[in-house]
Design a protein around this ligand. Structure first.
Ligand SMILES: Nc1nc2c(c(=O)[nH]1)N[C@H]1C(S)=C(S)[C@@H](COP(=O)(O)OP(=O)(O)OC[C@H]3O[C@@H](n4cnc5c(=O)[nH]c(N)nc54)[C@H](O)[C@@H]3O)O[C@H]1N2
Ligand SMILES: Nc1nc2c(c(=O)[nH]1)N[C@H]1C(S)=C(S)[C@@H](COP(=O)(O)OP(=O)(O)OC[C@H]3O[C@@H](n4cnc5c(=O)[nH]c(N)nc54)[C@H](O)[C@@H]3O)O[C@H]1N2
Ligand code: SF4
Ligand SMILES: [Mo]
Length: 740
């Protein structure tokens, strides 16, 4: 960190970590406080890009709502401030008491997106639970209410070690249920510009989304289907490609098995069938298939829009299969498009990791008898794990950078569960929805107060294609830009877990440089047993995180604005002589699920006369899930959660933009504010998540907005492997609320 030069204004450089895009930023610091954030124009790849959330970091850091001292809830529901050491001691005592009476299974951890501020934080909760001896059963993460199907499908299909072809130079791309220009999912670096440039350079972009989005602006083809029909559409595209012989038979013969099973499974998905279930043109399916197959490079990718209505694993599996039949993986002699810089030096080969079964039947969860999987405990069951008595009942929950009071499906049940805990700890920066229910709120350090580095973004590639990563051998490290506000008593999340474990007499082993997931490891992680006598510094943790990296962290540190390490050789090597692994196109579980999807015309929820609209998710540019709602600068734009409808639906239900509405599903109801969106497919209602008040607080449609998770049933329909409830394509009704 540069010296604080008293009253003078100076410029420092950091990394924004509000989302995983990790944009380099230029920060104006006055009197030790960050006053302005702009994109770092000296960045070799980001081009000075930032979004409104990043530019509003100073307002978040110095927000009047920021929690700066640990808070303890009193019996009357009020909070008092206590010193950090006392908070840790009291929490440890309560955990000891719960463990003594009920066993370690009563303690659970749920980390979330507020943890991205330091790359150690998102993983340390899992390592704490390992130290408690209850991993993976008591480790609940957002992955299992997000896109865990990516990891599951990759396990069933096998992973191509050299990864997918690069986005920026591909000649076609099919995006299914993703809007990277806003979400940065898949494209982290200046996504608006990157998408525009790729199209300019000849990419035929195909977007499948019920809504015309920022990402469809440059599309060659935008298909706007009924929500929840993506598996049928992808099967239809495969049908055309396999039927017309448009695939890369040489690649398939050399690298994959199961093509006959796949061919048979997609045979019934004719363009006419797909058109009738998805409400699109048969010609659109054919055009997408022929365009994709004819181009020399490109991928099919899926994200939340495709995953939330269930069948996310199948959608991802079909996308991987499309990429495999068209040979869309980086080959020997080509440049690795997911290069390692802060990840370990590995000989990258044009070969698969063999498929494996990412769950076992040895042990099942208490709730819904779900199998143990590689993606941790099924978070959709967490409220019932808390509410259901018996051995193993969860009685204490530590939330780090997460907001389960609004992010868990079925908000009312989640609220009852959080309220029923013996101990709820929220490591947060404000009295979030969850914080307002917590026994203790532990103030974390914020993004500009912790060091940062790009390794986490690099490693996102292991969680399935289209998650993150850099196409160029880029890396950056940034020291903390400012100190936490004077007089505050904060602790980084990871350090809180360390101190708590130490006090409980447990030793945490941190696994650095984890280069893989499940059974597909480029290199196994490097264990670092955290010493009990002295807490490591965050810098020492960073060293452990980057242990054995291809470029030493110390070298990366020399380049303030980040660097593209052009000198690294990225040439992909041929398949090793002893490699016998083959990708699997005909996994029996997936083929069976596809048959069910055909039989049930999508096997998704359909609108009814009572619930005539389908609710679909969307990301807002001003928010990162619930983060940003209380930021004074961002809140000046809006704080509520508009209920976007096609104008024809507004007319159908007698509504006008700005009307306060009641939205109902079979399961629950919320209030909202109607807003016209002509670019949305009629029959859909598009809203963001993680808004709203708590169930015991008054409705606030124009202020905090409505929480869509209240409309979701956690147990009616869920993924059979990782238990994710249906979170998209939810039948709802809408009606005006008479206002006085
Ligand atoms: N209905 C519905 N539900 C959904 C989704 C949906 O689309 N629809 N999306 C799902 C998905 S994909 C996800 S990933 C989850 C997200 O679920 P969560 O991760 O549980 O939710 P977030 O809102 O990201 O939680 C962020 C929390 O971190 C806090 N925070 C902000 N900055 C910091 C910081 O510097 N340090 C710490 N420690 N905390 C900080 C915020 O105040 C907030 O309480 O939600 C899921 N739930
Ligand atoms: N600004 C911002 N960025 C974020 C977040 C945020 O809250 N705000 N959240 C972060 C998180 S946790 C995640 S997981 C990622 C998610 O990243 P993405 O998955 O890219 O999320 P969205 O931008 O909502 O894009 C999903 C798209 O799917 C469409 N869709 C909805 N239902 C369906 C359907 O049934 N079928 C199809 N084909 N499309 C459908 C929606 O209209 C929407 O345009 O974003 C991350 N980045
Ligand atoms: S919030 Fe994400 S996209 Fe926006 S500036 Fe920060 S890292 Fe970049
Ligand atoms: Mo997410």
């Amino acid at each position: 960190m540069a010296e604080n030069t008293g009253g003078a204004s100076e410029t420092r450089f950091g990394i924004c970590k509000v989302c995983w895009a990790g944009c380099p930023v230029e920060v104006t610091v006055e009197n030790g406080r960050a006053t302005k954030v702009a994109g770092d124009r000296q960045s070799p790849i980001y081009g000075g890009y930032t979004c409104p959330k990043g530019r509003a970091m100073p307002e978040a850091h110095y927000s009047p709502t920021r929690v700066l001292h640990p808070r303890k809830r009193m019996p009357d529901g009020s909070y008092i401030e206590i010193p950090m050491a006392q908070a840790i001691e009291e929490i440890a005592q309560r955990i000891e008491g719960i463990v003594a009476e009920h066993g370690a299974e009563a303690i659970a951890v749920y980390p979330g997106n507020g943890n991205l501020t330091n790359p150690i934080n998102p993983v340390i909760g899992a390592m704490f639970i390992m130290a408690m001896g209850t991993f993976p059963d008591r480790f609940f993460s957002v992955q299992t209410i997000d896109q865990a199907g990516k990891v599951i499908a990759q396990a069933l299909h096998g992973r191509w070690m050299a990864g997918p072809q690069p986005f920026s130079t591909s000649k076609t791309w099919i995006m299914v249920g993703t809007n990277p220009v806003i979400s940065k999912q898949g494209v982290m670096v200046n996504p608006g510009q990157t998408v525009k440039q790729a199209v300019k350079d000849g990419m035929k972009l195909i977007v499948i989304d019920p809504r015309a989005t920022e990402s469809t602006a440059h599309a060659f083809l935008h298909i706007a289907p009924r929500p929840g029909q993506d598996a049928s559409i992808l099967a239809g595209i495969l049908h055309v490609i396999l039927n017309e012989g448009l695939y890369d038979a040489d690649f398939v013969t050399a690298n994959a098995v199961g093509i006959d099973a796949l061919k048979a499974a997609v045979a019934p998905f004719t363009p006419d069938h797909v058109a009738s279930v998805a409400g699109i043109g048969a010609d659109e399916v054919v055009l997408a298939a022929r365009t994709f197959a004819a181009a020399e490079s490109g991928c099919v990718v899926t994200a939340t829009g495709a995953h939330f209505p269930l069948h996310g694993t199948l959608c991802e599996y079909l996308a991987l299969s499309l990429n495999t039949v068209c040979g869309r993986w980086v080959r020997a002699g080509e440049q690795h498009a997911q290069p390692h810089v802060l990840l370990p030096d590995v000989a990258i080969r044009a070969q698969p990791y063999a498929p494996y079964r990412p769950w076992d039947h040895g042990k099942t969860s208490r709730i819904n008898a779900l199998p143990q999987t590689v993606v941790g405990a099924p978070t959709g069951t967490l409220p019932d794990e808390i509410l259901t008595p018996g051995p193993g009942q969860v009685r204490a929950l530590i939330c780090s950078g997460s907001n389960p009071a609004v992010s868990l499906p079925d908000q009312n049940r989640a609220g009852r569960a959080l309220g029923a805990l013996d101990l709820l700890v929220a490591i947060d920066v404000e009295m979030s929805n969850t914080g307002r229910m917590a026994d203790y709120v532990i103030p974390d350090r914020m993004a500009l107060e912790t060091p940062a580095c790009s390794q986490f973004s690099e490693s996102m590639k292991y969680y399935g294609i289209w998650t993150g990563g850099y196409e160029q051998p880029y890396a950056q490290y940034a020291a903390p830009v400012v100190e936490p506000p004077a007089g505050s008593d904060t602790i980084e999340s990871w350090a809180f877990f360390y101190e708590l474990a130490r006090r409980l007499g447990k030793q945490i082993t941190y696994f650095g440089n984890a280069a893989g997931t499940g059974q597909h490891w480029d290199k196994p992680p490097v264990p670092f047993v955290l010493p009990l006598d002295k807490r490591p510094t965050t810098e020492e943790m960073f060293e452990a995180m980057c242990a054995g990296s291809r470029v030493p962290l110390s070298e990366v540190k020399r380049h303030t604005h980040g660097k593209v390490f052009h000198e690294l050789d990225l040439t992909v090597l041929p398949r090793a002589d002893d490699c016998t692994a083959m990708l699997q196109l005909g996994d029996p579980t997936m083929i069976a699920e596809l048959a069910q999807v055909f039989e049930k015309r999508g096997d998704t929820a359909n609108p009814s006369p009572e619930y005539p609209l389908l609710l679909i998710p969307r990301r807002a540019n001003e928010m990162m899930n619930s983060i940003g709602r209380t930021n004074p600068k961002l809140a000046a734009r809006r704080t509520h959660n508009p209920a976007y409808l096609n104008p024809s639906d507004l007319a159908r239900f007698g509504l006008a933009s700005g009307d306060i509405v009641r939205i109902r599903s079979e399961h629950g109801e919320i209030s909202g504010v109607a807003e016209a969106e002509p670019r949305l497919r009629a029959g859909t209602l598009s809203m963001s998540h993680c808004f709203g008040t708590n169930p015991d607080e008054p409705d606030d449609p124009l202020g905090q907005g409505g929480c869509t998770s209240r409309l979701m049933d956690a147990n009616a329909a869920y993924d059979p492997v990782f238990g994710q409830p249906r979170m998209g394509a939810i039948p709802v009704s809408i009606a005006p609320i008479a206002t006085a």
